[in-house]
Design a protein around this ligand. Structure first.
Ligand code: URA
Length: 376
């Protein structure tokens, strides 16, 4: 089945799979679900076949033994992924609308290394996806909305998503740069100087990388590095302090009442710094994980990685590092992870420190965005 539509507004709709009518005509969105989508789009000023190009996550009709439509398997979706990606790269849509979980599985599933979760978690965001240089907008599949006709809130939410898509047509796609150039990896010699310099910041975002989840077993666990971001384009990554002078400089900064502290899940940084260094971080002014939850109380959306993707469009800046940060023993949540393997290798150490820096840099930018939304 070929892409179908005149694509005047640069919107690419990705459905699930052809149904009976689509199979018969060779065109997507010809049956009941297609008509529902066409009608709903028209209410927000979008013509399904004039303004959009239309394809499906899988190209062939998937059926059960009785000849009824069935949801494609992840394997079938993976098999057709290249074709979908080729269309995206060929047509360069401004907006990619993912209708339902099969489309999410197709476009996000192959690049999202963590648990993909359900459409409920993905719908409604306008993701500025850097790889495709397009807004990715997951929303509900029209067949699902039809099936939920006795739950009017489902239709309301769907229409809100479609309105947002319509508003995006005239929204410029952001320009992005490689933020790793803003990460300054600091040597032990420079450390005290940098910490002293940071004393003039009004607020800083901090992130620690550690050998495990909880610090209580001091012989087994330690802090490996600390990143401190004090501006949108500036973050320092320090090795863990060792001398009294280094520890004192860190304590002075983190306990300075004029420097507000922010983190993503601040209780983590707070506990590690207290237990390991006897530092009582003060004052905490922002937790971007809690703020994510305040802004949207759906489950599985408040991790930093998810927030970085939906806000800044990077699906996997952590993929090379993440696997080293899980405890080696599945049965013991606080077992040591493999972070020291990274530290032992100069190239991997740099990757780890850069990753730690990006966590703080994106956290800082996220906190600024959230503050604007919450405090306005
Ligand atoms: N028609 C399509 O082509 N795809 C869908 O997902 C639904 C209806």
């Amino acid at each position: 089945m070929k892409p179908y539509g005149n694509f005047k507004k640069g919107i690419l709709n990705i459905g699930e799979a052809p149904g009976e009518q689509e199979d018969a005509t060779g065109k997507p969105f010809q049956g009941r679900a297609g008509r529902a989508l066409q009608q709903a789009y028209s209410e927000v000023g979008i013509d399904l076949f004039e303004d959009c190009l239309n394809i499906n996550a899988v190209s062939c009709r998937t059926m059960d033994n009785e000849g009824n439509n069935r949801t494609p398997t992840n394997q079938e979706i993976a098999h057709c992924r290249n074709r979908v990606f080729n269309y995206i790269n060929k047509y360069k849509p401004k907006i990619i609308v993912l209708l339902g979980s099969s489309a999410v599985q197709s476009v996000i599933g192959g690049r999202w290394k963590k648990n993909l979760g359900t459409i409920t978690k993905w719908r409604g965001w306008a993701i500025p996806d850097r790889e495709f240089k397009a807004w990715i907008c997951p929303t509900l599949h029209p067949s699902y909305v039809i099936r939920q006709s006795d739950a009017p809130e489902v239709y309301t939410v769907w229409m809100q998503d479609l309105q947002r898509i319509s508003d995006l047509v005239s929204t410029q796609f952001p320009t992005f740069e490689d933020e790793s150039k803003y990460v300054k990896i600091i040597s032990r010699i420079e450390m005290v100087n940098v910490l002293n310099k940071l004393m003039t910041s009004d607020k800083i975002f901090i992130d620690v990388e550690t050998t495990g989840l909880k610090p209580y077993n001091k012989d087994q666990h330690k802090i490996v590095c600390i990143s401190i971001c004090n501006a949108k384009n500036n973050v320092y990554v320090l090795p863990a302090p060792e001398t009294d002078e280094e520890l004192d400089a860190l304590k002075q900064l983190l306990e300075n009442p004029n420097v507000g502290k922010m983190a993503h899940n601040m209780k983590y940084e707070d506990t590690w710094l207290k237990v390991m260094y006897n530092i009582n971080v003060n004052p905490w002014i922002w937790d971007s994980m809690i703020a994510s939850h305040v802004l949207d109380n759906r489950t599985e959306i408040s991790s930093l990685k998810f927030q970085v993707y939906i806000n800044f469009g990077i699906a996997d800046y952590d993929s090379a590092i993440e696997k080293y940060l899980h405890g080696i023993d599945d049965k013991n949540a606080n077992s040591p992870n493999k972070i020291m393997e990274l530290v032992a290798n100069p190239i991997k150490r740099k990757e780890l420190f850069t990753y730690c820096g990006l966590d703080s840099l994106f956290g800082y930018r996220l906190a600024l965005k959230q503050k604007e939304l919450i405090e306005c």
